[in-house]
Each structure stands twice: as structure tokens, then as C-alpha cells.
Ligand binder design. Structure first.
Ligand code: PMP
Length: 435
């Protein structure tokens, strides 16, 4: 019987608060995720989420092919599979990678539940609490969530229009080593970066690989957008420059559909074995149904033409966004991405993207504050705008609404001084919800 005199544990919202493992204390809803609820209201133009645009997928044909596949292979597609991933899919993945000129062998591939699970498995396998992960400044918010959950010590390395800066990487590694820190891996997004929209130049790639090799720092190369170039160009994979020092991550989410949750890792043999064992321990095997469906799609559909169609569609949206930025926000800074989903917009001096967000949502436009993409408190002066999902006309309207908010915010800064700083006039700066 439970005694009434037992001390009350937890709190009213969460009675199990005292029972969680220490590592779960870092688990928080990411800024992107908590935004999705509001931003998905139909009246809001969402430039926030990075949802692939699936409107042009041939759904009827996919449904018919899926039915045929189930009649033929249902007994296997609905059964448990192999922890490393089904050979029939692992044999096909190298053909997808070959489109970027990347080499891989089926034996070195582990199929994962999206590349998100691959990041999770690598972090589980390599990171003890306090170990250092190097990541670009900024970096992908979804990976930061994983790094946080495993209590990694994330250090950012700056990037510019040509991607991660080699000199800064060298200096950061040397400094951390001097401080006695264990630098375990560099997590990098060389192609069509999320959120910065830039690509690592060809010149820098061997330099980055060489620095990491000299310091025995593993590279995790996350490449979900590499085939979505608007100019049809591809880049040398870091993995091909040093197969023993790089774990490469790929995904079908952006080149086909994220709902299947199928991605993959290509790793040096010993690391591959660890990832496979960790995955088996976590999920037994990736979805057989998802893998059979992707294999069916690759075998029966013109997937290369579909990727070409995606490129054309996303380029049209990129053009709409850049055009609208020129028209409405000429005093902001941004890059013109040559592929992928995102533009990284710098705000005028004194504006704070994080503080401005509630006001933007009130004005029916959503974005992600730059702060989401850093493990420390950087990013207040930037926002990520996604152009992948809305129609070009909606993008135009979204930027117009955003400009109304930014204009009003600039006026406030002129009168009251920058956000975060005491007002030069001594007048209390209004809070967003007071306007
Ligand atoms: N890495 C990056 C850089 C991403 O942008 C995403 C999805 N937004 C992922 C990994 C995860 O993709 P998935 O798990 O769907 O393959």
C-alpha cells in the first residue's frame, strides 16, 4: 500500500521528473518542432520547416506499384529484416551515390531509419558525456538535439561562403587539445548546408580531410541535399578523399519521400560493425516495408527524372525567395543558395530574430531563429528561411509580411536601442506581446 506520508515527487505537470536519467534532462523540444504546431495553421506562410515538397510525386503509380510489390514480396516486406539493411536495397544505394560521383560498396552500407538515426547511432557509439563534437557555426538543429541528448560538448567552427574554414578548424582542434579535451568527430554538411545554404569549395575539401586525418578526428559527412543542385553540379565527397576517416550519411527523404524513413551510412568496416550492432540493439532492423518500397521505386520508376523535376521545382522557389528578399528586405544580408532548401538571412544591426519571432507569427509568417542552429547563444542576428514547401506566390507574400515585421522592429531599435541591450533613452523596451 502506498503511504500517504511519502514525500511528493516531481511536480504536477510531470510526476516522474525525479526519475529521469541525467542524460534525459537535456531533452527539450527543438525550436523548429515547437514552431510546427503554430506554423502549420493554414493562414500562416511557413518559411520555417524544411519539409520536402511532394506535390509532384506520382502517387497513383506509386500506390499501384506498392500493391504489386506486396503481392510479390509481401511475406518478406512485412517480416523482420536484417540489422544491416536488406541486401536488395544495399545493392541499389551505390547507384544513387554514383549520381554524385561517390563510390560505395553494398558491404559498407548500413541502412538506417532516416539519416537522423545514423547521426544518433554514431553519437551513441562515439560520445561519452563531455566528449567534443565539432560542428559548423551554424549547424543542423536536429543533430544538435542528438548531441545534446548524449551530453556532448559541441564546439562550433565558423563557415563562410565556401563552407567550413580550414584554418579555423585547425586552430579549434589545437586549442581543444591543449585544453585536454577529447575531440571525437567533426560533423559537417558540405553540400547545400542546412541552415546556411552554402557549399564547401572543392579546394577546401582535401584541406579539411587532411586536418582531421592529422589530428585523428573522424569526419561525419551528412549529405541529404547533395543531389538537389539547381545547376546540376555535384561535389567531391569527403568520404572519397579518405574512406577510412569519414562516415558518410545519405537519405531518401529529400530525393524521394521522408515518410518511408530510409537513410544510410557508409562507414569504414570496424565502424560499420559498431553502427550495425548499435542499431540492432535499438530497433532490431530498419523497416522492411520501407526498404522494399524504396527498392521498388528505384527499380520501377525514373527516379533520376524525378530528382531533375525536384531540382527545377526548388529552383523556382529559390528564385521566388531571392526576388522577394530583393524587393522587400534589401537592407538584410543573405546568400543565394545553389541547391537545397534554405536561405540564411542576416538581420540589420540590433535586431534579434529570436525576440522578433512571436511578432512574425502574429503577422502570419514563420521562420526559424538563427539561435536554433547553435549549441551556444549565437545566432540572434540571423534567421533561416526555407523555400522548399510553399508555392512561389506564398513565398512572395511571406517575405512581404516578414518585411512588415522587420521594418517595425527597425523603428523600435531606432527609438529604444537594440534588443537585449538597455535602452539608451532609459525608456523600457516593449516586449513582443505588448505590441
Ligand atoms: N541531416 C540534415 C542536414 C537534415 O536537414 C535532415 C532533415 N531535415 C536530416 C539529416 C534527417 O533526415 P532524414 O532522417 O529524414 O533522412
Amino acid at each position: 500500500m502506498v503511504s500517504n506520508s511519502q514525500p511528493v515527487k516531481g511536480n504536477r505537470l510531470d510526476p516522474w521528473l525525479d526519475s529521469y536519467a541525467a542524460r534525459a534532462r537535456g531533452l527539450r523540444a527543438s525550436e523548429t518542432r515547437s514552431l510546427f504546431a503554430v506554423a502549420s495553421r493554414p493562414e500562416v506562410v511557413s518559411l520555417a520547416g524544411g519539409m520536402p515538397n511532394l506535390k509532384d510525386l506520382p502517387l497513383t503509380e506509386i500506390a499501384q506499384a506498392t500493391e504489386r510489390m506486396l503481392r510479390r514480396n509481401g511475406a518478406s516486406a512485412l517480416q523482420y529484416g536484417n540489422g544491416q539493411g536488406l541486401p536488395l536495397l544495399r545493392d541499389l544505394i551505390p547507384h544513387v551515390m554514383a549520381m554524385e560521383g561517390i563510390h560505395a560498396h553494398a558491404d559498407d552500407i548500413v541502412v538506417t531509419t532516416g539519416s537522423q538515426q545514423a547521426v544518433d547511432l554514431l553519437t551513441e557509439v562515439f560520445i561519452d558525456p563531455g566528449d567534443v563534437i565539432l560542428a559548423e557555426a551554424p549547424t543542423y538543429v536536429g543533430s544538435l538535439g542528438i548531441f545534446n541528448a548524449y551530453e556532448a560538448d559541441v564546439h562550433h567552427v565558423p563557415l563562410d561562403a565556401d563552407g567550413l574554414i580550414p584554418q579555423a578548424l585547425e586552430e579549434t582542434i589545437q586549442r581543444l587539445k591543449r585544453e585536454g579535451k577529447r575531440v571525437k568527430f567533426l560533423y559537417t554538411l558540405p553540400n547545400f548546408h542546412n541552415p546556411a545554404g552554402v557549399c564547401m569549395s572543392e579546394e577546401r575539401r582535401p584541406q579539411i580531410v587532411d586536418i582531421c586525418d592529422r589530428h585523428r578526428v573522424l569526419i561525419v559527412e551528412d549529405n541529404p541535399y547533395g543531389l538537389l543542385s539547381f545547376e546540376g553540379r555535384t561535389y567531391t565527397a569527403l568520404k572519397d578523399l579518405n574512406p577510412d576517416g569519414v562516415v558518410y550519411l545519405g537519405s531518401f527523404s529529400k530525393i524521394f519521400a521522408p515518410g518511408y524513413r530510409v537513410g544510410w551510412a557508409v562507414a569504414p568496416p570496424a565502424v560499420k560493425e559498431k553502427i550495425k550492432l548499435a542499431s540492432e540493439a535499438a530497433i532490431l532492423c530498419p523497416s522492411s516495408m520501407g526498404q522494399y518500397s524504396i527498392a521498388m521505386y528505384l527499380n520501377e520508376f525514373d527516379w533520376k527524372a524525378q530528382i531533375e523535376a525536384f531540382r527545377v521545382m526548388y529552383k523556382e522557389r529559390r528564385d521566388a525567395m531571392i526576388g522577394a528578399l530583393n524587393e522587400y528586405l534589401p537592407y538584410c544580408s543573405w546568400n543565394t543558395p545553389t541547391g537545397g532548401f534554405y536561405t540564411w538571412v542576416g538581420l540589420p544591426e540590433g535586431l534579434d530574430a529570436h525576440e522578433m519571432l512571436p511578432r512574425a507569427i502574429t503577422n502570419l509568417v514563420a521562420y526559424v531563429s538563427g539561435t536554433a542552429f547553435y549549441a551556444d547563444d549565437q545566432g540572434h542576428d540571423h534567421m533561416r528561411l526555407s523555400f522548399c514547401y510553399p508555392e512561389p506566390a506564398e513565398i512572395h507574400e511571406g517575405i512581404r509580411r516578414l518585411a512588415e515585421v522587420v521594418d517595425a522592429e527597425r523603428d523600435l531599435v531606432r527609438i529604444f536601442g537594440p534588443a537585449h541591450h538597455p535602452s539608451p533613452t532609459g525608456i523600457q523596451r516593449p516586449q513582443p506581446d505588448q505590441i
